[in-house]
Write a protein that binds this ligand. Structure first.
Ligand code: UFG
Length: 340
């Protein structure tokens, strides 16, 4: 049985990936500093899978803590989620973002090098493409100058990994996520945004639940069929499964290069207005919304060409947008019930 370290394994994507790893027969060790996650998620994962992952509270910014962890644990591969992820906040606090997202990555890679640990999966983002010139976006699309320190940490992160793969015996895959949404069907785990949600779907579900009075559509004057911006919304469980596929590719030594990167999306773009309509249709809830100014830094449209990921990872999405939106709503309802 292979032992996989999942950093940030109690977060939104991390927790869903831990579930899929355990369901696929891997032994999982989670490290998380609980800065944007809750320890209760460990029990939720246990409820879903019947197995409690091994957990260590480790702050990856602390080189000594990281070294101590690796002194005590034998690892076959790492899936690295732990990072800050708020675009706006990264503009206000760039150094915190570089310290956390880049410093941690370097410490992990140094331990891998020193202990001959192979197999690294990195959480990257479609943000590396900026506003792509051609849609859908293929992996060959040029990397545009980053719009935010957050985006820059993903670009720099990929370069650091590539250089490490060239210099040391390391194999890595970066997964460039499009927009992850939804929750596990058990509604034991889901997204837990702190404070006012920045992302569309949590804002939609909180508006439907009456926590927010009105949803703002950020701009309806984009060059798209209905004027609102287009994104590729992928069910988080489909996204989690892409990590298992990528890990197996590395463990089976099927990878053709020591550093590979793949787009992980559905291949289908949806506008903000289409999301609102699909949400209303799939949940029966009516949303109160208005159009406001565009949000700074937003691109017009981004959706993935997933041909290469489908073929090389032997992976494809299985869930529909409606299922994803319904699961997000079921999750929201559960949170609302817990707090009422
Ligand atoms: N939007 C609204 N109202 C809201 C929130 C969002 O209209 O209240 C719109 C945005 O303008 C955008 C779309 O909904 O057009 C999606 O916005 P999200 O914030 O949900 O997602 P983004 O595409 O902006 O962000 C995602 C990831 C980031 C990543 C970024 C790169 O969450 O990690 O893509 O563009 F950096």
């Amino acid at each position: 049985m292979k032992t996989i370290l999942v950093t940030g394994g109690l977060g939104f994507i991390g927790s869903h990936t831990v579930v899929e790893l355990q369901n696929s027969g891997f032994k999982v060790i989670v490290i998380d500093n609980l800065s944007n996650s809750r320890i209760e998620v460990l029990d939720s994962i246990t409820k879903i899978t019947g197995t409690k992952p091994n957990f260590h509270k480790v702050d990856l910014r602390n080189k000594k803590e990281v070294k101590n962890f690796f002194d005590l644990n034998i690892i076959d591969g790492i899936i690295h989620f732990a990072a800050f992820k708020a675009v706006g906040e990264s503009v206000e606090k760039p150094l915190e973002y570089y310290e956390n997202n880049i410093g941690s990555l370097v410490y992990l890679l140094q331990e891998m090098r020193d202990r001959n640990i192979d197999n690294f999966i990195f959480s990257s983002s479609c943000t590396v493409y900026g506003q792509a010139d051609k849609l859908p976006i293929t992996e060959n699309a040029p990397i545009k100058p980053a719009e935010s320190p957050y985006g820059n940490t993903k670009q720099i992160g990929e370069e650091i990994i590539k250089d490490s793969c060239n210099a040391h015996k390391l194999n890595a895959i970066a997964l460039r996520y499009f927009n992850p949404i939804g929750a596990h069907e058990s509604i034991e785990i889901g997204e837990l945004p702190l404070g006012i949600p920045q992302n569309l779907i949590p804002y939609v579900t909180q508006t439907a639940a009456g926590i927010r009075s009105q949803l703002s559509i950020f701009g309806d004057d984009y060059e798209t069929p209905d004027g609102t911006a287009i994104r590729d919304y992928i069910h988080v469980v489909d996204l989690a499964k892409a990590h298992i596929a990528a890990l197996k590719r590395l463990l089976n030594k099927d990878n053709e290069n020591n550093f590979e990167y793949y787009n992980i999306g559905t291949g289908k773009g949806s506008s903000v207005l289409e999301i609102i309509t699909a949400f209303q249709n799939s949940t029966g809830k009516i949303l109160n919304y208005k159009t406001v100014e565009r949000r700074t830094g937003d691109v017009t449209a981004a959706y993935a060409d997933t041909t290469i990921a489908n073929e090389k990872l032997n992976w494809k999405t299985e869930k529909t947008l409606e299922e994803a939106l319904r699961s997000a709503w079921n999750w929201q309802e559960k949170q609302s019930n817990n707090h009422s």
